[in-house]
Structure formats: C-alpha cells, structure tokens
Design a protein around this ligand. Structure first.
Ligand code: ZN
Length: 290
C-alpha cells in the first residue's frame, strides 16, 4: 500500500518529479503484429471440433491445435474464468502473465497476444474477438480480462482465514484438471499451474493505495472471448468460486455457473500465417560456464 511516512517529507523538486511524462516501457509497435483481419477472415466456414463444459467451481483441461481457434463463453450466469495455457508438448513453456502485462497492459482485448515464459517467449495465442470490449476502463480504473491478479489459491486463503482448508480455489481446480489430464502426480502438476488470464473478471488498482480490487463482472450469458492458437496448446480453465467476483472468492458463498470452451478448425490456414519460432536470444548470458 502506498502510505506516506510522516518523516519522509517531499523534496523541493517533488512537483517536477511528479510532472515528468511517463515513457511506455515496451512499445508494442516494434513487435511483429498479428494480421487480425486475416485471422478473423479464416473463421468463415470453420467447423466446431471440440467442446468442453467447465462446471461451476471446477476446472477442465482442453487442447487446441496450432492454427485453430477457441472460445470461452459465459453460459447460465455471470462467471469469471481463470485460464492457464501450456505448449501442448512441453509443460515448461507456459503462459507468462507478467510479460504479457508489460507488453500489452493490465487488461487484454482484441489484438493482444498471450506470451510464453522465458526462455521461449513467443506468442502462444492471439485474441481475435472480445464481446466485452465496450467496457473500456471505468471511473475506478477497472477493466475486464486482467493479467494483474494471480489466481485464488488455498495457501493465501489459509493465511487470511485462520486455517480453513478450502479445495475449490482456482489454483486447486487447475491442479486437479492438469493431474487428471496428464496422469502426472498432483504435486508435480501443482508446480506447472501459473498466474492466469482472468477471463471476464473486472479488476484494477485503487487510486489512493494501489491495492488490487475486484468488482462485479459485466459478463452476461452469451458473451465470449475468442483466441487463435499460435502454437499447439494445452489449456485449463477454472470457473472461479467467486462467481462474478462481486464480493468474495475462496468459498462456496457466491453464485457460480459453468463456462463453455469450444474449439473451431478453419477450412484453411489464415493467409500469410507463420508459426512463431522460439525466442532467438542465444541464452549464453555473457557467461562461458555451462
Ligand atoms: Zn478463482
């Protein structure tokens, strides 16, 4: 929290420091940008090839081949989803929420890409449609589909609640889903669960103290977020126990609803599509030692 200690009086040039114009850390204009029009054109005549229903307070694993699309859709009521992505053949390559945030901002929408972890650091998926893009940024600084939260988890809940063991936090849901899908031991799978894209969640940071906040999601049945798979993907989606995340999570108190994941295969690959290569940095790190 940003609280000022009384002994830390501002220096004489404080006003000048505060007035300095910010510089964007990572201007995305220098990135190779996805051809959104070509991607969206490839949806014409596509075929639905898979469908997964994610029950309330549970998670499900799904796979999306490179060159296909997937949609996450709200079904029976307002519901937030916590999304993990991995390279289908290598769980070590996973969605990198922090770098995605640094590149595209705190909340994602159409045209933004989901980047993978170091040392791979390449686009895993591109967002091709977002029916909540009308929301923009509200007067509290809130918006939807954030990459600033982590995922609700039983450890933080245990710490804050005084010892209650709750097993349907998104972290546990994602761990169970990955365990069931891969047959790996659950404690191994837990280490592969990572910071999420908070699909449909409405969040921000308070202006006065800089704290992470949530408010009721504007998502309604039929709303969806659609992605193009840049590489072969494994995904897991948790229908968060917080429901629309208007009041609390990490309990069974909130109304929760299923989410729908659909996979679509286009008739032909998007024009000019090139599968992204792993990052080109040589990984020597200026060091001769192995
Ligand atoms: Zn959650």
């Amino acid at each position: 929290m940003k609280l000022t200690h009384p002994e830390h009086a501002p220096p004489a040039d404080a006003a000048r420091s505060r007035a300095i114009k910010p510089v964007i850390c990572y201007p995305v204009e220098t990135l190779p940008r996805p051809d959104l029009a070509a991607l969206r054109a490839a949806r014409d005549g596509w075929t639905k090839t898979a469908e997964v229903i994610v029950p309330a307070r549970e998670a499900k694993y799904f796979e999306v081949p490179a060159g296909c699309f997937f949609r996450i859709t709200s079904t029976l009521g307002p519901q937030v989803g916590d999304l993990n992505l991995w390279a289908a053949e290598d769980l070590n390559e996973r969605f990198f929420s922090g770098k995605t945030r640094a590149l595209h901002g705190t909340h994602l929408s159409t045209g933004d890409q989901l980047w993978s972890s170091i040392p791979y650091l390449r686009p895993m998926a591109t967002i091709t449609e977002d029916t909540l893009d009308w929301y923009g940024i509200d007067e509290h600084g809130g918006s939807v589909h954030d990459v600033i939260g982590t995922r609700c988890d039983p450890y933080t809940h245990h710490m804050l609640s005084g010892g209650d063991n709750y097993h349907h936090c998104c972290h546990s849901n994602l761990t169970r889903a990955l365990t069931e899908a891969t047959g790996l031991m659950k404690h191994a799978c837990e280490f592969h669960v990572h910071d999420v894209l908070n699909v449909f969640m409405c969040t921000g940071f308070t202006r006065d103290t800089g704290q992470y906040f949530m408010k009721a999601s504007p998502v309604r049945p039929g709303d969806y977020l659609e992605f193009f798979a840049e590489i072969d993907l494994g995904g897991a989606l948790s229908a968060c126990p917080g429901g629309d995340c208007s009041s609390e999570h990490s309990s069974d108190a909130a109304a929760c609803y299923p989410l729908l994941v659909e996979v679509f295969t286009p008739k032909a690959p998007p024009a000019g599509r090139v599968s992204p290569a792993r990052n080109g940095y040589d990984r020597t790190h200026g060091c001769d030692l192995d």
